[in-house]
Design a protein around this ligand. Structure first.
Ligand code: SF4
Ligand code: SF4
Length: 309
């Protein structure tokens, strides 16, 4: 197998942009030794909270060659989800911006599958590989950083110099050999606005997130009662939390997405506090039919809404 020509490197990127990705980069498959120690420390501290699945498949997480046989490269893609418009009622329970539109898992997977088919048909017929988006033990942010798409900020999000951190990440891991892109330098510098802004002190140190205290984890993944000790710090977030991203200067000038699938249901942004509190299961199903909010189910959303009362 040989590395494909530079022209094809460019052609794959052009196709990725044509499909609606906001940026794309390449990394060479190798064991993520640096990330291994960070992940190990995070798990040893029990910062994964109730996400027990994070303890599984450790070796696969740090070594994608264990996930995809013969893997040589990671094509990392980003898609901007920064909304054009925001929720109107400032007193209404707040939804993380990534959840406004269609569930990103479907959006990204569909586009990545098209990219895969394009490479196989037009560039490399022997292509073998898999596409991922937050759906398997893959360290998305680490791969995006290696592929030169940004750096992992102190708030643990990937930060892209033009797009900020309101992006979602996907990968195509395959047997295609590609010339890797250069990683870019971390550019948080002396800033620590995200750490200062976090209302629950979940960012226990730069680059260290304790999910046990994170509103995003608690409102989406946590399956039990919400901790009363954090009640006054929830700041009206009903699903997710964007505070450490709102605080980040790299997001202030980021342009909004053009992705049609991320447009919210027409009712969503105008819901009042009362509308949220009175939402019945039928309306929940209609409003969030294609949305990631379904993850909490109606019962989870109701638990969160009751907690905010
Ligand atoms: S998502 Fe919210 S709670 Fe979690 S670390 Fe960021 S600011 Fe803190
Ligand atoms: S707020 Fe500052 S420290 Fe935090 S991620 Fe953004 S640039 Fe980095």
């Amino acid at each position: 197998m040989s590395i494909i020509s530079q022209a094809y490197h460019q052609k794959i990127k052009e196709k990725a942009f044509e499909l609606g990705f906001s940026d794309v980069g390449y990394a060479m498959v190798e064991r993520l030794n640096q990330d291994e120690s960070r992940l190990k420390e995070w798990l040893d501290n029990d910062f994964q909270a109730g996400m027990g699945y994070m303890n599984n498949h450790f070796e696969k997480r740090v070594n994608p060659a264990m996930l995809v046989e013969g893997a040589k490269s990671v094509i990392s893609v980003l898609i901007n989800y920064k909304p054009q418009e925001e929720q109107q009622d400032k007193k209404a329970p707040k939804l993380a911006r990534y959840a406004y539109g269609k569930d990103y898992h479907f959006v990204i997977k569909e586009k990545l599958q098209e990219l895969f088919d394009f490479i196989k048909e037009e560039i490399y017929p022997s292509l073998e590989g898999r596409v991922f988006t937050d759906s398997a033990p893959v360290l998305d942010r680490a791969w995006a950083a290696k592929a030169g798409l940004g750096w992992i900020g102190k708030n643990t999000n990937l930060i892209h110099k033009k797009l900020g951190s309101y992006t979602l990440i996907g990968e195509l891991i395959s047997n295609l050999e590609l010339e890797p892109d250069e990683p870019i330098k971390e550019a948080c510098g002396g800033c620590q606005r995200c750490i200062d802004a976090c209302p629950t002190d979940a960012l226990v140190a730069p680059y260290k997130l304790d999910a046990n205290k994170c509103i995003s984890y608690l409102t989406i993944e946590h399956r039990d009662e919400l901790p009363e000790t954090l009640k006054s710090q929830f700041n009206n977030w009903v699903f997710g939390c964007d505070i450490c991203q709102e605080a980040c200067p790299w997001n202030w000038k980021a342009r909004p997405t053009k992705e049609e699938s991320f447009k919210p249901h027409p009712d969503l942004l105008s819901l009042s506090e009362e509308d949220w509190q009175n939402m019945d299961e039928e309306y929940f199903r209609e409003l969030f039919r294609k949305s990631a909010v379904k993850r909490t189910k109606y019962s989870g959303l109701k638990r969160n809404l009751n907690f905010l009362k």
